[in-house]
Design a protein around this ligand. Structure first.
Ligand code: SF4
Length: 468
């Protein structure tokens, strides 16, 4: 879909593009006018107003938005008007309204803390941000869950994330930075670099209590049983985990899971495990380049059952060749296993993927239906976040059985805790409670460079934390 955007001084262009992309996932933007455009949008600014002209075929809509000079409020007003016009021209609404950010629950959390009632918050989401009532209600519910957790944190609490950005094979939908390798020597070198970072970094966080640990990736399950024990042991010996509430190991792909590794994970003290199915259809798994049979997933899941982990299973909505029916059948198969957590991801379509070429996007109807299905099976949402370029701008939602809400995910999404990020591609966070400000601590993204220049990668993080 070709869209001409003629915005004076490119003011608020990012926000406007994000909103239009939420309506039209395949939107291509042009600054200059083109003959075969599908939509034309022009915005000019005067002192205290924005003049918006939108044209589709022969239908022209002109409107004027009065601005107050406060950027955050002006953006909302402009987005509201653009949303209304597109909704009218295309007879289309979005469940998330004008919200395009990663953390829609943050608004509710802030409002709760400012003493607003659930009704006020839902009202605000629906009337000001144009969310559907259901989404507004979920955000409000999840804000209560985040608040409950945050209220119990002490100032010295931090979360710890350890990244294993290596996978035995790349799945063709994946947008993570992860290196394809099965070379044991290479994996060993990465683990050694990581342990070096653990030793140095932990010295600066002696006075911090680690509230939650997450070893993610990539595919942490690619590590040998020996490396798993070593890594978890080093984390336990060097950081203060005395009051740690949760320790998760994202095993990932079923073909990387065996008894020896599961035993190593459990005996070293991790209590949660993720086994990611993505789909319960062999035909889909082959299509997405994840050549693991569903039978292998069942096998891995059954093995994990013996070790008494809290288990999470991931599924992805919108995978190539899957319709809603296929996704719901995958969901029902996973529910039948009764894991403590199920996480549903909406696929974030890569711009150069086949789905993008074919413009064959799934609607978010099937995803919304999952909430009902999961509720009827005693699962409730406990955290959510969003990404761009998903079907109907849909979300990613973690569901759990009563008593098993994941802690790490809620903490990270709340952005109310500092994070120590270890390894290549792991971003830490510095949280300032006084100002409620969160700053990113970036390290090396490239794993080869991280292995080659480990000291520099560590120093880069230490400098951002302000330790050196
Ligand atoms: S296993 Fe996960 S991280 Fe690795 S390539 Fe596949 S989707 Fe990406």
């Amino acid at each position: 879909m070709k869209i001409v955007l003629d915005i004076e001084h490119n003011k608020y262009e990012y926000e406007i593009k994000s909103l239009i992309s939420a309506f039209f996932i395949s939107a291509e933007f042009y600054r200059e006018n083109i003959i075969d455009k599908d939509l034309y949008l022009r915005i000019t600014y005067e002192l205290d107003k924005a003049v918006i002209n939108i044209k589709k075929d022969n239908c022209i809509k002109d409107s004027l938005v009065v601005l107050c000079g406060v950027k955050s409020k002006d953006i909302i007003k402009i987005e509201q008007k653009i949303y209304e016009e597109i909704q009218f021209l295309y007879n289309k609404s979005l469940p998330w309204g004008i919200l395009t950010g990663v953390r829609p629950v943050k608004i509710a959390l802030k409002m709760l803390e400012n003493g607003k009632s659930d009704e006020d918050i839902i009202d605000y989401y629906v009337k000001e941000r144009y969310l559907s009532y259901d989404k507004a209600k979920i955000c409000t519910l999840l804000a209560h869950k985040e608040r409950e957790l945050i209220n119990n944190l002490s100032n010295s609490d931090m979360a710890l994330y350890v990244n294993i950005p290596i996978c035995p094979k790349r799945c063709n939908y994946c947008s993570f930075i992860s290196k394809q390798s099965t070379d044991n020597d290479y994996i060993e070198k990465y683990v050694q670099a990581l342990i070096n970072e653990i030793h140095q970094m932990s010295g600066y966080f002696n006075n911090n209590n680690i509230a939650s640990v997450y070893i993610g990736g990539g595919t942490p399950g690619i590590l040998s049983a020996k490396a798993i024990s070593l890594l978890i042991g080093e984390i336990r010996n060097n950081f203060n985990l005395k009051k740690c509430l949760e320790f998760t190991f994202e095993a990932g792909r079923a073909d990387c899971i065996d008894d020896e590794k599961l035993s190593a994970i459990k005996s070293s003290g991790a209590d949660r495990i993720c086994i990611n199915a993505q789909s319960m259809h062999d035909v889909t798994l082959d299509k997405i380049g994840r050549h693991i049979k569903v039978s292998k997933f069942y096998e891995a899941y059954e093995k994990a059952m013996k070790y008494d982990f809290i288990k999470n299973v991931d599924l992805i909505y919108g995978l190539e060749g899957e319709n809603e029916e296929m996704f719901l059948s995958s969901l029902n198969k996973v529910i039948a296993l009764n894991p403590e957590n199920i996480t549903l991801h909406s696929l974030s379509y890569k711009r150069n993927s086949q789905i993008f070429e074919d413009k064959n996007f799934i609607s978010s109807y099937g995803f919304d239906k999952c909430y009902e299905i999961l509720k009827n099976n005693n699962y409730h949402p406990y955290y959510l976040y969003r990404q761009k370029y998903t079907a109907n701008a849909a979300e990613n939602t973690g569901f759990s059985r009563a008593g098993y809400d994941g802690i790490y995910n809620r903490l990270i999404i709340s952005e109310r805790i500092g994070v120590i990020g270890l390894g290549a591609g792991a971003a830490g966070k510095i949280y300032d409670k006084e100002t409620d400000n969160i700053a990113r601590v970036a390290g090396y993204k490239n794993i080869d460079l991280y292995i080659e220049n480990t000291q520099d990668a560590i120093d880069k993080k230490l400098r951002t934390y302000g330790f050196i």
